[in-house]
Ligand binder design. Structure first.
Ligand SMILES: Cc1ncc(COP(=O)(O)O)c(C=O)c1O
Length: 364
């Protein structure tokens, strides 16, 4: 069974390894948290207002949306609802186009389902024919991510439609839109026409609420029902309830972050070009960089000096690749300074490199 390779708890330096918003949340979120009253903390949390706020933001009916303790909880709820083997029945299958968010694999196996991996194309364009060929009468979930993590590459909405039409009755197509704000595209407007599709969203990334753990699932009520049954009744806490409403009340903050992300990506692309490394143009707030045989030097060199990048080289199709979050421009510039100084083979040993990374570590 796969175990989740949880990143080590690194908080002393520049966290560019978990696709978080390193600028944090809107100040309005902190104000809302400071306004929480003792009685609100003392009571089980009310969800109606936060559900309405999220539904309005996403343009859906509140009844079609379930708040979750991070999208992670929504994923586990989906697995519990759809991927447990019935007693004496066939093992349900989950199709996972690789490379993918590891939790799809982990949750499927935890509940006793079988993972059917679909290997990627070299350019990570969506492997539609291969996914369709992987569908069987036992398929219960198809995990899709748009834009994908760890590649940042998007998939055509038409591929989602095609898959939703092909899966067997009773199966669910799950569209993970954790990074949808950065792509400016969503399948949500089509959900009425596709009742077997569920979309997952998170407030961890674009809204900078990862520490509070809040996300949501959206879909037709009959498809959502078994998932709602599987999710603990009060799993979203009052701080997250207050925070998400405050965050949605400050969309200017979101827009500013999106602009920084767009600029940061251009900076990383230019740095890769200078350094002779290829990359995958990203629709998200991170970039997958092909560092090749310089991977260890870059990831370990930056790590030693407090700039955390994510080695993704063991993921299918990602040999030699690292992932770098591209959010706050100032943070991106610092990371690029580290990468720039390592362009000559052996450079990590040279005094200039060590000076720069030491300065970065101090500044971080
Ligand atoms: C594709 C994808 N889905 C879901 C999640 C989990 O989001 P949350 O923080 O809301 O649990 C992540 C987090 O990295 C992700 O990359």
């Amino acid at each position: 069974m796969s175990a989740y390779d949880k990143p080590p708890e690194l908080y002393a330096g520049l966290r560019l390894h978990q696709n978080e918003n390193t600028g944090g949340c809107s100040p309005r979120v902190l104000e809302a948290l400071a306004r929480l009253r003792a009685d609100e903390v003392g009571f089980y949390p009310p969800y109606a207002a936060a559900t309405r706020a999220c539904a309005a933001y996403l343009g859906v009916e509140p009844g079609d949306l379930a708040l979750t303790n991070g999208l992670d909880e929504g994923l586990m709820g989906l697995a519990v609802a759809y991927l447990r083997p019935p007693i004496g029945g066939p093992v349900p299958e989950a199709i996972v186009p690789e490379p993918a968010f590891e939790i799809f694999r982990v949750d499927t196996e935890v509940v006793g389902g079988a993972v059917v991996s679909v290997m990627p194309k070299p350019d990570f364009s969506f492997a539609l024919d291969e996914v369709l060929a992987a569908i069987t009468p036992r398929t219960r979930v198809v995990f899709l991510t748009n834009p994908n993590n760890p590649t940042g590459v998007g998939m055509p909405l038409d591929a989602i439609r095609t898959i939703a039409r092909r899966v067997p009755s009773g199966a669910v197509v799950f569209v993970d839109e954790a990074y949808a704000e950065f792509a400016g595209e969503s399948f949500i407007p089509e959900l009425d026409a596709f009742p077997n599709v569920i979309v997952g969203r998170t407030f961890s990334k674009a809204f900078g609420l990862a520490g509070l753990r809040i996300g949501c699932l959206v879909g037709a009520s009959e498809t959502m029902y078994p998932i709602r049954q599987a999710i603990p009744v009060y799993s979203v806490n009052i701080a997250a309830v207050a925070a998400v409403q405050a965050a949605l009340g400050d969309l200017d903050y979101l827009r500013r972050y999106l602009a920084e992300v767009a600029e940061s990506k251009q900076l990383v692309y230019a740095a890769c070009d200078r350094l002779g490394m290829s990359y995958f143009p990203s629709r998200s707030n991170f970039v997958l960089v092909c560092a090749g045989d310089r991977l260890d030097e870059l990831v370990k060199g930056a790590f030693d000096r407090g700039v955390y990048l994510r080695d993704r080289s063991t993921e299918p199709g990602c040999a030699g690749c690292l992932r770098i979050a591209t959010g706050v421009v100032e943070h991106t510039r610092r990371a690029i300074a580290v990468m720039d100084r390592t362009k000559e083979p052996g450079a990590p040993g040279d005094p200039l490199y060590l000076d720069v990374v030491a300065a970065l570590a101090e500044a971080a």
